[in-house]
Design a protein around this ligand. Structure first.
Ligand SMILES: Nc1ncnc2c1ncn2[C@@H]1O[C@H](COP(=O)(O)OP(=O)(O)OP(=O)(O)O)[C@@H](O)[C@H]1O
Ligand SMILES: [Mg+2]
Length: 443
């Protein structure tokens, strides 16, 4: 019992299923049974009344004819033709305490004596008796009524008729069948509903499990990347020391090897940093509290960091503020990461020309725009639709040799949106791209 209660507590939906399975069909069944019963009772009393009524009518003309069986037989023929539900019509006389059939629908039984308690009751009581009987599987309302001599008031015979219940029984059976069909259909529907419902239960359980697995995966990535970070920092540090110490003694080929080791270690470090950042965003472990800041300061910091990289590629890195310095609401560290990603991409995907950072204030809408524009390879319309997805990279001949993980833009978009900002892209293949950030202006 305790186990059962515990089970219900864990899966309260089971109660709903039980309710559907047991209660609703039961209600259906009882309502049907009740209606059919009531209907049957009504029909029975109507037929009983009809049988008595028929007997009364027949009784009226009979007393004078009891001594003329031939006329009685013709009367019987006429009556049963007009009332096909009358299946047995007999005229009976009492002779020395016994009952003798003097006219009948069935000519073979004329003259026969019958002993029937209901005839005796009807005779002794002097009034009609009605009862339900069954002959060869068919049910009848049988009514026996004494016939009185109108002059003397004496009992002179009995009229006995049986009214078939075949039609009403047929109707009721059909009704019961229809009701059962409805109950079965309803039960099938309910069963279907329950199946759907249990499937929903399992989906909910699966969803919970998936959420747990997802959380474990994030936790694992966080731990793993954290552990990977320190060895990479060590490797890069020692490469630097090694380069300084032995570079003069190396030939060109050996110098190239050292350079490649350094690039690979750097790329690995970037990848780990990106993955760590993704996991921090997904677990909500990143501080994104917006502050009132001057975006120009952040932009200038990023330019300082990436100036050399642009210079090495022969690109001009320009900052063109259009307005006097203004304040926006954003977290400075996160904003630096976003702008760094965008400017870094612009340098990475621009073979020649320039990379420009523009700012513009929309004082009416109280918005501040920061755009990173380049004269690079551009992005096709098709690629633009997937660009902000995790791990998406455009795969063309131009991008084949450029290292990257496809996380930078996803991180930028997430950070931007979490701080209440927006990010937009306009680009034309072969011409260049323009990424625009929009943040609320601080008052
Ligand atoms: N300014 C740009 N010009 C042309 N293509 C771009 C530009 N910025 C991004 N892309 C395309 O969008 C893709 C996704 O950029 P994203 O910054 O997310 O990843 P990534 O630069 O490849 O790797 P990383 O995670 O190291 O930043 C890039 O691979 C590149 O194909
Ligand atoms: Mg990038």
């Amino acid at each position: 019992m305790f186990k059962f209660l515990k089970f219900i507590k864990t899966y309260p939906g089971i109660l709903y299923s039980l309710f559907l399975i047991i209660f609703i069909p039961l209600v259906f069944y009882l309502v049907t049974l009740f209606s059919v019963n009531a209907f049957q009772k009504n029909i029975n009393s109507v037929l009983q009344t009809k049988a008595i009524l028929a007997e009364n009518i027949i009784n009226v003309f009979t007393p004078g004819l009891l001594s003329q069986p031939n006329i009685l037989e013709r009367k019987i023929e006429q009556i049963t033709k007009e009332n096909p539900e009358i299946k047995k019509l007999r005229f009976i006389k009492q002779e020395n305490g016994e009952f003798k059939i003097i006219a009948s629908q069935d000519p073979k039984e004329i003259g026969a004596f019958i002993s029937d308690p209901s005839l005796a009751i009807s005779w002794s009581q002097g009034q009609a008796t009605a009862k339900k009987i069954k002959i060869n599987g068919t049910r009848f309302w049988r009514v026996d009524k004494p016939i009185f001599d109108p002059q003397t008031g004496k009992k002179i015979g009995i009229v006995s008729l049986a009214l078939s219940l075949e039609q009403s029984d047929l109707l009721i059976t059909r009704l019961i069948h229809i009701s059962y069909a409805i109950v079965i259909i309803a039960n099938v529907l309910i069963l279907f509903l329950i199946l759907q419902h249990t499937r929903l239960f399992s989906y909910v359980a699966l969803y919970k499990k998936l959420q747990e697995v997802d959380r474990m995966k994030d936790e694992f990535i966080r731990m793993a990347t954290h552990e990977l970070r320190s060895p990479i920092i060590n490797i890069r540090g020692y490469i630097e020391v090694l380069s300084e110490k032995i570079e003069p003694s190396l030939d060109e080929e050996e110098k190239e090897y050292l350079r490649r080791i350094d690039i690979s270690a750097k790329n690995l470090g970037n990848l780990i940093d990106d993955i760590l950042q993704v996991s921090r965003i997904q677990q909500g472990r990143l501080d994104i509290t917006p502050k009132r800041i001057q975006p120009e300061t952040v932009i200038k910091e990023v330019i300082k960091e990436l100036e050399l990289k642009a210079q090495k590629k022969g690109l001009k890195l320009v900052f063109q503020p259009r307005e006097e310095p203004l304040y926006i609401m954003a977290n400075p560290n996160r904003l630096r990461e976003i702008i760094f990603n965008l400017v870094n991409n612009a340098i990475k995907y621009t073979p020649k020309g320039w990379v420009k950072i523009e700012t513009q204030a929309d004082k009416i809408r109280k918005k501040y725009h920061i755009s990173v524009v380049d004269t690079g390879i551009g992005i096709s319309a098709q690629a633009q639709t997937k660009l902000f997805q995790k791990f998406y990279r455009v795969r063309t001949r131009e991008t084949a040799d450029i290292p990257g993980t496809g996380l930078g833009l996803w991180i930028s978009k997430e950070l931007c949106q979490k701080m209440g900002g927006q990010i937009f892209l306009e680009s034309m293949e072969g011409k260049g791209s323009k990424f625009t950030l929009i943040f609320p202006l601080a008052s």
